[in-house]
Design a protein around this ligand. Sequence first.
Ligand SMILES: Cc1cc2nc3c(=O)[nH]c(=O)nc-3n(C[C@H](O)[C@H](O)[C@H](O)COP(=O)(O)OP(=O)(O)OC[C@H]3O[C@@H](n4cnc5c(N)ncnc54)[C@H](O)[C@@H]3O)c2cc1C
Length: 388
Amino acid sequence: MDLNYTPRQQAFREEVRSWLKANRPTEKLASYDTREGFEQHREWERKLFDARLSMVMWPEELGGRGCDLTEWLIFEEEYYGADAPMRVNQNGQLMLGPTLMEFGTKEQKQRFLPRMASSEDMWAQGWSEPNAGSDMAAITSKAVRDGDYFIINGQKTWSSRASFAEWMFGLFRTDPESSRHYGLSFLLVPLDVEGVTIRPIKALHGKDTFSEVFFDNVRVPVENLVGKEGQGWRVAMATAGFERGLLLRSPARFQQPVRKLIELYKAHQTRADRDPSIRDAVMDVWAGAEAYALSAYQSVSRLARGEKIGAESSINKIVWSELDLKIHETAMRILGASGELLASAPQNHDDHGWLEGFLFAQAGPIYAGANEIQRNIIAERMLGLPKA
Ligand SMILES: Cc1cc2nc3c(=O)[nH]c(=O)nc-3n(C[C@H](O)[C@H](O)[C@H](O)COP(=O)(O)OP(=O)(O)OC[C@H]3O[C@@H](n4cnc5c(N)ncnc54)[C@H](O)[C@@H]3O)c2cc1C
């Protein structure tokens, strides 16, 4: 592990920093959990793409700029450091994108990846069903082969921003005789076709974040199958690895709120110091964010040497989701009762949006695979303990 940045990496950092300084939106964008905000974020991410900064790690011919993982970490540090908007195209760019790189055909890569990099196509994730959450192998939505098409019937739920997205990637049972992990296939489904009904579900902050999606004889061409028919579980587990591992939650995403938390603490120090455990909590999350960053650099070095991360991505997921909770809980303790004011309240002076962040942080231990399940994975696959 080399802790020094190369001249190329330093030049890249400078380039990203000055581009963001000149181009970052000066007005806060509306929440991407609304139609208006979703489109504002799409436009911003299109601008990033035009500067070849939307997916820096992807090859140039697919809309990226061929950076390595260390350069990606640098990009993320600059992005969050500049207080640039949260990115909405993560399902596509950070989960389906790498999955297609690994399992997609040449045609699928050329058809989907550049449009994903440019945010022309936004993607929703279609895994959870009313009776298949943690136990995803219980999926019952069916895709029955009919010549050159799959005919999909069933229901997905909790699909983030499916109401606004153009496409969904999902797991469907293609072998009607199969059960559990067998006989599932990974399909790419357009959401604007006949037979798809999308109903929004409100999240804790009151916005239409989620959707349930119903499929009634939806026809999807076989060229939208990713990987082999019946082997969708393997493909989906690779996607889940990207979600839990480094890609979805880069360390900079936590280092920046910790910097803001320290500012918040200083601004409210007189009150916060009445309870010394708040000071300890601030130091604790600072240390946690720095440790997560160092561990990310170590993982990147290992990946660069050709090693795999595997089940360790479950540790990662627990660390970032619990860290996010602690950061926001500490902010709420510092703010006291005023932290509960909604953004719309005239007395609210919270420019950072701590309350919304606090509410979203509650979901961290649930999405991307609940933390209890991650602990089962660590126990069984890393520690060799008996099955739960
Ligand atoms: C913000 C957010 C965004 C999401 N976005 C999407 C999306 O875009 N697409 C999508 O498909 N889904 C999405 N989900 C759904 C998410 O994947 C599920 O909520 C998650 O997998 C848990 O499933 P469940 O809600 O059915 O809970 P359950 O599986 O019913 O779990 C309930 C509780 O029981 C515990 N539990 C269950 N089984 C075990 C076990 N074997 N051992 C120990 N404990 C266990 C769980 O940890 C949990 O605490 C999202 C969820 C959230 C919160």
